[in-house]
Design a protein around this ligand. Structure first.
Ligand SMILES: Cc1cc2nc3c(=O)[nH]c(=O)nc-3n(C[C@H](O)[C@H](O)[C@H](O)COP(=O)(O)O)c2cc1C
Length: 204
């Protein structure tokens, strides 16, 4: 789908067809396209928990202010950001060494990343959330390309989800995304207007 059309057609879908499941192939295609999202030093400080079973969806719904779309959607994704994704344990550094070939360049990049993203709690959180936020948008765009609709959510119990879905201490729940096929027997509200260039942009 043309990018312009895709961005125009993506909506936060409230009504999912409960009779339609998402195939594993399509799920993999969506994720493998979405991970082309940019990230700082290509560190990809994220992972995705796919919530598919009826029980897990019920649990997530309870932790999402009982929003019905959580159980009506084919699946939900918990977008997890890693606040320590800049540190030595990230396997991407090894890949960078293979690709770039210079230990000095990689060492310099590691040092820069440790300062830029790891030198305060605020920076760690910004690092995790900004990178994983881009992944989230990329997922919604990639899904639309495969005819799959989505709905991002932050009206959720972040701490509760972290606990119940057993995230690591350094991990943070960035948002959840419901994914599935729109229930075409229902109608969405017309899209609400956006504030455009004149309202939000300044040129300095
Ligand atoms: C980070 C984020 C969190 C959101 N959380 C919720 C939510 O918890 N529940 C909900 O109904 N909609 C939620 N939305 C959807 C917005 O209301 C929706 O994107 C907005 O109204 C624009 O509509 P559109 O996506 O159809 O263009 C969220 C959107 C974003 C980007």
């Amino acid at each position: 789908m043309e990018t312009k059309t895709l961005l125009q057609n993506r909506r936060s879908v409230n009504y999912f067809d409960t009779n339609k499941t998402l195939s594993k192939t399509t799920l993999e295609e969506i994720i493998n396209l979405a991970v082309l999202a940019p990230s700082a030093f290509n560190l990809q400080p994220w992972r995705i928990i796919v919530v598919e079973s009826k029980e897990a969806k019920e649990t997530l719904k309870t932790l999402s202010n009982n929003q019905p779309k959580v159980t009506e959607a084919a699946i939900n994704m918990i977008i997890v950001g890693n606040k320590n994704g800049w540190d030595e344990s990230n396997p991407v550094w090894e890949e960078m060494l293979q690709t770039v070939g210079s230990p000095e360049i990689v060492a310099g990049a590691k040092q820069a990343a440790a300062f830029l993203y790891g030198s305060s709690e605020d920076r760690k959180l910004k690092f995790a959330e900004s990178n994983a936020g881009l992944l989230a948008m990329s997922i919604m765009v990639a899904a639309k390309e495969f005819g799959v609709d989505s709905h991002p959510m932050s009206g959720i119990d972040f701490d509760g989800i972290k606990q119940v879905f057993q995230l690591q201490p350094e991990e943070t729940v960035v948002m959840t995304i419901a994914l599935g096929y729109f229930d075409s027997s229902k109608a969405l509200y017309p899209r609400r207007p956006r504030r455009g260039f004149k309202e939000i942009a300044s040129i300095v």
